[in-house]
Every structure is written in C-alpha cells, then in structure tokens.
Design a binder for this molecule. Structure first.
Ligand code: FUB
Length: 342
C-alpha cells in the first residue's frame, strides 16, 4: 500500500492501486460480499462458491453452496485472511441446501450470522447463527426465523441502535411465490408477469432485542419514481430484483439493490429505514458474469463498494469478491462505477 497510497489528502486511491477492482483472494471463490468493520478490522461475509456440477437455470440451482468462510483484512489493500469454515449446512437443523448470500451483525458481545437456505421442502427461509468471534464458528438456531422467507438478508442497525432486516429476491429467490402472503408453489419462476403493475418489493422487518426474531410482520420496501409512482414490474432497468443493502449517510437512508436480469446496481433514497424510497439512479454498470450483489461500507471515514464478478473463472457460479471506492456528489447522488475502467 505504501507504494500506492496518495500523500495529497485525496481520499480516492490512485487508479493504479493494485488492490482496487481485483479479486481479494485466489484461495477460494466468493460472492455477495457483506462487509463490516468490527473492532477496527474489516470482515467480509460472502457466499462461498463451489463447483457443484449442477447445470445453470433461471432459478440459480447451480448456486449450490454448502458453507460460509469469512474474509478479513486490517485495512483496504491489506493482506486478506481466509478463515476456516464458519458454518456448514450440515450443522443447520432446518436447512437442506443452497447457502446463499449472508450478512452479519454485532450486539453486546455476540456476532450474528444471517443466512438464507432452502428448507427440506425447497422453500427459502432465513436463519441466524451466533458466535463470540466475528469469524465463527457460528452455532445455528434450530429453526429458521419465524415468518422469514426468500433470501439475501441484510441487517442494518440505525444510529438509535435499532436493527432491521431487509431481504428478498425474485426468480430463484422465490419472492413471486409469496405475493399473496403465503407460499404458493405455483407462483412462478420469475416475477408476477404483470408488467404494468407495481413491481415486487424487497421486505423489511424490525428485529427484536434478541436479534434472532422479527419484531413485526415484514413490510414492503416501496421504490417510487420521481413522480411518486411505484416502479412497475416491466421496468427491468429500475425494479428491485435482489441484493438489498441499506446504509445511512447523514440523515439520508440509501436503499441499494441489484436489478438482476439487467445486471446493474441501483439506489433509491428515503428519510426512514422503512422508506418509501425514491429512485435516484444506477451506480454500477454490469460486471463480468450474470449476478451482481454488493455491500456499501464506510472504512476509516471513506466509503467503499464491495462487489463480485467472474474475473478468475469466467463462470457465473464461481465468483470473486472485489472492493472499489464509492464517491458521492455534493447533492448526495452516487457517481457511476464502470468496472472496466481502472
Ligand atoms: O449467490 C447466490 C445468489 O446469487 C445470491 O443470493 C444472489 O444475490 C445472487 O448473487
């Protein structure tokens, strides 16, 4: 880093910084990075991609991950440590397969790992596991979180200490099968197929004090256009697909997400964790590979985007996580990141 850090006070690392937009590790394949700073160290909670031999389909059956490994580093650009298995599907009593995108949180001496997996009936649920160490091993609760469904959990803790889980995803994430409040196995493999109706929404639920259960019935995370109208199901460039990640900057809540089949990262802003959120734009163009899923985290006072692509393998299901700076304009909008411009 000494060779690449700027001395002029510019918070943006130089364009030739070797760690920027490069795979953070070549030891294992990783995706969906949820990054946190705990006790001054950076911890990344990714999916752990494996070669499963399962053919690709629109439900993401090829993403047949079985466990989680945590990555950590003492600073952006520092040496990345790949920690041992933090949680294995065989140790989760309610889960059968597909350990997809996780997140983590810390409260009162305990680290919480939140993760989606399919139950024995093939329905995605969200579980929680705990540890005294940020890298695990984590012990799973015997049952999934009551009232949880779909995937891609993110736990956001507001400045007042209250934590909320954002979750959900369409297509393989099954949100379209919950459109009427309970699981409908005939609810389709993609979306509602009602392009002129409001799109399916991510969900939000406040967590109770135990951090292990919802304190309320999940609500819709509404995304509105500039005219205050809901984004429609047919608007694939702007509608929510998966990968919720909310952060707060000043008094503004940024709800960020993946547009899935149009392969972009998008954001919308609001004044409460519940929204509604007004669509503001995209902030990352399509990367190599089908999926895009990220986190936005402040490290040492600077904002970073953690994301993945398929640079190392060229295969959609063998991904590698990366990090790059995230830059805000004076009006709070986010500058577009082009993954192919270094
Ligand atoms: O990694 C499996 C799934 O692919 C994630 O849950 C989605 O967000 C997508 O990245």
């Amino acid at each position: 880093l000494a060779q690449t850090a700027r001395q002029d006070g510019d918070p943006t690392p130089p364009a030739n910084a070797r760690y920027l937009s490069q795979p953070l590790t070549s030891e294992i394949f990783t995706a969906d990075p949820s990054a946190h700073v705990f006790n001054g160290r950076i911890y990344i909670y990714p999916s752990h991609d494996i070669e499963s031999g399962v053919p690709d389909d629109d439900l993401g059956t090829q993403y047949a991950m079985r466990d989680y490994r945590v990555l950590s580093m003492d600073r952006i650009g520092g040496k990345v440590t790949v920690h041992p298995v933090a949680l294995d599907v065989k140790d989760v009593p309610w889960a059968s397969k597909q350990m997809w995108a996780p997140d983590a949180a810390y409260k009162n001496g305990t680290y919480y790992l939140y993760f989606p997996a399919r139950d024995p009936q093939g329905v995605f649920r969200i579980g929680v596991a705990t540890s005294k160490s940020p890298t695990g091993p984590f012990k799973a609760e015997p049952e999934a979180i009551r009232g949880s469904f779909s995937m891609d959990p993110q736990v956001f803790t507001d400045s007042d200490g209250q934590s909320y889980m954002y979750f959900g995803g369409i297509w393989g994430g099954q949100l379209q099968r919950w459109a009427n409040g309970s699981y409908d196995p005939n609810g389709g493999d993609t979306d509602l197929k009602q392009d002129d109706k409001p799109a399916l929404s991510a969900k939000i639920a406040r967590l109770d004090g135990s951090m292990k259960q919802f304190a309320e019935t999940p609500r819709d995370v509404q995304i509105l256009d500039q005219a205050g109208k809901p984004i429609l199901g047919g608007d694939h460039a702007r509608r929510f697909f998966e990968g919720s990640w909310t952060f707060k900057r000043g008094d503004t809540y940024y709800f960020t997400y993946s547009t899935g089949d149009t392969h972009m990262l998008a954001y919308a802003t609001g004044t409460t964790p519940y929204g509604p959120f007004t669509f503001r734009g995209h902030f990352m163009k399509p990367v190599q590979g089908w999926t895009t899923h990220h986190s936005v985290t402040q490290v040492g006072g600077k904002w970073y985007l953690f994301y993945h692509d398929t640079q190392r393998s060229g295969k959609n299901y063998l991904r590698n996580v990366k990090v790059t700076p995230l830059t805000f304009n004076a009006d709070g909008t986010i500058q577009m990141i082009d993954p192919f411009v270094r």
